[in-house]
Ligand binder design. Structure first.
Ligand SMILES: [Zn+2]
Length: 109
């Protein structure tokens, strides 16, 4: 079972208390963007075998959205952080790199 620490209320919640919100850190495109960029924003999602950054909502708790780093192979949760973050905190990236040497995802490593 997946267990996440909500960064807002501090509760350690299992996946039954949460709602998955898909990939985190999407680059948004709106009016004026090319059709290809907008199509990619709407439909294209990463599906890595390994570390993935995801959006989760503490639906049966405080109700707030947060972001999490999770391994899609082992289901290990590396950490959670505020939904307003534009990129994963350095401490979290360092923790992932320590456990998964050579790990990279987008521009993060
Ligand atoms: Zn919460």
């Amino acid at each position: 079972m997946l267990m996440f620490d909500c960064p807002y209320c501090g509760v350690t919640a299992d996946e039954t208390e949460l709602t998955a919100g898909g990939e985190a850190h999407l680059k948004r495109f709106g009016p004026g963007a090319s059709d290809a960029d907008f199509e990619g924003y709407l439909f294209m999602r990463a599906n890595p075998k390994g570390v993935h950054f995801e959006r989760w909502r503490h639906a049966n708790g405080c109700g707030k959205w947060f972001l999490a780093a999770r391994c899609t192979v082992t289901m290990e949760v590396f950490g959670t952080y505020a939904a307003q973050s534009t990129e994963p905190p350095k401490a979290l990236r360092d923790k992932i790199s320590e456990k998964r040497p050579g790990w990279t995802w987008r521009d993060f490593s």
